[in-house]
Design a protein around this ligand. Structure first.
Ligand code: ADP
Ligand code: TRP
Length: 321
């Protein structure tokens, strides 16, 4: 079973990225042939400065490795080191009806957020489909917001196979973990870089982490009053890092009343800090060893490229090249 996923180097990853995509991907590396990459071609749709892009790629590689991506188990590379993907994207473009892309909400969302509308942004899902199909991927772990892109990928694969031959391209399955499909941000909307509501995996200081957690939106129930744990973003976030028993204790205490939200936020702060502490330590070591990190990506690109060349040869042959 080939498992594949990608993440854009668009700034420091937040805990929504972690629980939605990185942690499931890291767990799946035990279960199959895992292929993970940093989607720098995709980031050209929004990052227009070379120094920033290069820096973001390097930092994200460190973050992913620190979080537990194991290069002994998973192939890990930078998308642009396997340029065959752009060739496949073009070939897939020619089987993709405009309607597939016109229905994608992420294009409209991104424009609404102020990203400039470009052909690249519009065609983004075709490149994503190429990422997936170039490696005969079966399973794609992602957060819920990627569901539509995976549907488009499957539709493109089917179109290609209808036109050129059954089973030429593998039709992949998304793997979306229900419990962490959408991690809420400080304001309760989906946690996202673009909403200014995220908690980073690696906040610069503990003080910053605590300050952010204290900003989580709550209702105005008085300290003494019982509180509803259902729909509380504090409890939702606590559930991601605390044991079942600890979550139950917090829920019971909510219902009993007598504590203010600040108390629970403090508990959440400590749990998050402790959860990521070993990864933070690992990250410091990796940050001091640039050669190792670059070496991992180079090695990964070699392995990925071997597989990519096999698939692109099959595709070129099928379409008449
Ligand atoms: P952002 O919305 O912050 O720009 P990306 O679109 O770069 O995040 O997402 C990278 C990966 O993280 C994707 O697989 C996406 O589904 C996942 N992801 C992002 N935000 C969340 C969230 N709030 N909850 C769960 N998964 C998320
Ligand atoms: N579009 C994805 C995101 O914004 C990143 C991505 C690019 C991806 N190519 C992929 C995810 C292939 C899974 C598979 O998060």
């Amino acid at each position: 079973m080939r498992i594949l996923s990608g993440i854009q180097p668009s700034g420091s990853p937040h805990i929504g990225n972690y629980f939605g995509m990185m942690q499931p991907a890291i767990r799946l590396q035990e279960e199959g042939d895992a292929f993970y990459f940093i989607a720098d071609y995709h980031s050209l749709t929004s990052t227009h400065d070379a120094v920033t892009l290069r820096g973001n790629v390097h930092d994200l590689a460190i973050d992913f490795l620190a979080c537990g991506l194991d290069p002994e188990k998973a192939t890990f590379w930078k998308q642009s080191d396997v340029p065959e993907v752009t060739e496949l994207a073009w070939i897939l473009s020619c089987v993709t009806p405009m309607g597939f892309l016109e229905r994608c909400v992420s294009y409209k969302d991104k424009i609404a957020q102020g990203i400039s509308p470009s052909h690249g942004l519009f065609a983004y899902p075709v490149l994503q489909a190429a990422d997936i199909m170039l490696f005969d991927s079966n399973v794609v772990p992602v957060g819920k917001d990627q569901k539509q892109h995976l549907e488009v990928t499957r539709d493109i694969a089917q179109k290609f196979n209808d036109r050129y031959g059954e089973d030429l391209l593998v039709v992949p399955e998304p793997r979306i973990r229900e419990e962490t499909a959408t991690v809420p941000g400080l304001d309760g909307r989906k946690m996202s870089k673009s909403y200014d509501n995220s908690i980073l995996i690696f906040e610069e200081t503990e003080k910053k982490l605590r300050k952010k957690i204290m900003k989580i939106v709550t209702d105005s129930t008085e300290v003494e009053q019982p509180k509803n744990p259902e729909g509380s973003y504090i409890v939702d976030l606590y559930r991601l890092v605390a044991s079942e028993a600890a979550v139950k204790e917090m829920e019971d205490s909510f219902r009993a009343g007598g504590q203010g939200y600040g108390h629970y936020k403090q508990q959440l702060f400590e749990a998050l800090r402790d959860h990521f502490a070993p990864m933070r330590e690992q990250r410091e070591k990796l940050a001091a060893d640039t050669d190792y990190v670059e070496g991992v990506l180079e090695e990964g690109a070699k392995k990925a490229r071997t597989k990519a060349r096999e698939v692109i040869a099959r595709v070129r042959d099928a379409v008449g090249m």
